[in-house]
Design a binder for this molecule. Structure first.
Ligand SMILES: [Zn+2]
Length: 241
């Protein structure tokens, strides 16, 4: 029995091979596209983490300042109280003037400390709100990231399974193909995702680059004695419908 495939069978097999290769390339592309999305989400999470850290450091600073002016206000009030007591005990104008000057100075100090305290309290409230917003955003992004990771993992497994199935099918098809035809196909394709086959159109041109195929060659392609490459683009030509 003749094991040689007919030309038409060879063309069919090569077209099937090309179809498998195209599908495998498509799955590989989708697989590669999954990675950047996850990395982008990781980048966002890390950026929010840094923002939260900075916000907490700011709150710590504000709290320290707040405590400092709380103490200063408390001390200022005590000083004033002491001076009021002393004012009651003055015995002459000189003492009276001295107490009054000290009291004025103490009041100004207290006012300054209270202003600073108030400002610190406002800062603390604002910084607390900012941190809460960042933490809320962080929580949302973390949930989205977990979902994306799970989804991506499932999608990756699916795509890998598809690729493996298509590779098996391709290999089965390849086994039944003429070695010379297979080598030609591989060399035209060049290991890339380039198109390797095109039909000769009813007008007698290459279906890929539209270079005219000489009549004699068209006849040979139709008879299918051997494979011919397009003179224009080097693609394998097969008889069109
Ligand atoms: Zn061509």
């Amino acid at each position: 029995m003749d094991e040689q495939l007919t030309a038409n069978e060879t063309f069919e097999a090569l077209r099937a091979l090309e179809q498998f290769d195209r599908e495998i390339a498509g799955f590989m592309q989708r697989l590669a596209a999954l990675e950047p999305e996850v990395m982008e989400a990781e980048g966002r999470l890390s950026e929010l983490g840094s923002q939260a850290k900075a916000a907490r450091a700011r709150i710590e600073k504000i709290d320290a300042r707040l405590r400092k002016f709380e103490r200063a206000s408390q001390a200022g009030r005590e000083t004033l109280k002491r001076l009021q007591q002393r004012a009651k005990e003055v015995q002459n104008l000189k003492q009276h003037t001295a107490v009054r000057l000290e009291t004025d100075a103490a009041r100004r100090n207290l006012e300054a400390a209270e202003d600073e305290l108030l400002e610190s309290m406002q800062d603390a409230e604002e910084a607390g709100g900012a941190l809460a917003a960042i933490e809320h955003e962080l929580e949302e992004q973390r949930t989205a990231y977990e979902a994306l990771k799970a989804e991506t993992g499932a999608r990756r497994a699916e795509l890998e399974a598809e690729i493996s199935v298509q590779r098996d099918r391709r290999q089965n098809r390849e086994l039944r193909l003429d070695r010379a035809a297979l080598r030609l196909y591989e060399s035209v394709r060049g290991g890339r995702t380039r198109q390797a086959l095109a039909p000769v159109t009813p007008d007698g041109v290459c279906g890929h680059c539209y270079t005219f195929v000489p009549l004699q060659r068209q006849a040979e392609i139709r008879m299918g004695r051997r494979l011919f490459l397009c003179e224009g683009c080097g693609i394998i030509l097969y008889p069109g419908d």
